[in-house]
Design a protein around this ligand. Structure first.
Ligand code: ZN
Length: 159
């Protein structure tokens, strides 16, 4: 479940009372990534690599990345509670599937947003629960993830 403070912030954003947070600074990201090298992705358990100072695209699936659990465009905060270090592949797959959802639901209700936020919380930390409680979201995430993985396998890029 999304922490209460995070949900309250998302609600205020939904009601138009506050705006979205500024982008995380590179320094803040580096701080969060500092100990990520060799650690496991909380979603897929792959061993992540911290590619310090390197630019990379989707081709480096195991690169450690910082992400907002409650997305910035849904009013997610820059507080530590809302930031997770995940592998590039899981982060991108999650972003793609949420973007698709947002494109389909042009004016979602607060209840729908709430559902997505609670799902995302589980997607990062507890995939079996995510699959049990929100099977349609989890299936969409996995489809995206497999798609990205297949693309990668074809290119076989090593960094
Ligand atoms: Zn992962």
């Amino acid at each position: 479940m999304t922490p209460r403070d995070e949900l309250d912030r998302a609600r205020a954003f939904f009601d138009g009372r506050i705006s979205s947070e500024p982008k995380l600074t590179p320094t803040r990201k580096a701080e969060l990534l500092a100990n990520a090298d060799g650690r496991r992705c909380p979603t897929c358990s792959c061993k992540m690599r911290y590619l310090k100072g390197k630019m990379f695209g989707h081709e480096v699936s195991d690169a450690a990345t910082v992400e907002h659990i409650a997305p910035n465009k849904m009013g997610g905060s820059n507080e530590r509670r809302n930031l997770a270090v995940r592998c590039n592949l899981c982060n991108r797959a999650s972003g793609h599937s949420i973007n698709e959802w947002m494109q389909r639901r042009v004016n979602p209700t607060w209840e729908e947003i709430c559902r997505v936020l609670n799902y995302l919380w589980l997607e990062v930390r507890d995939t079996s629960k995510a699959n049990e409680l929100y099977p349609e979201f989890f299936a969409a995430f996995q489809r995206k993830r497999n798609l990205l993985k297949t693309k990668l396998a074809k290119r076989e890029v090593r960094v």
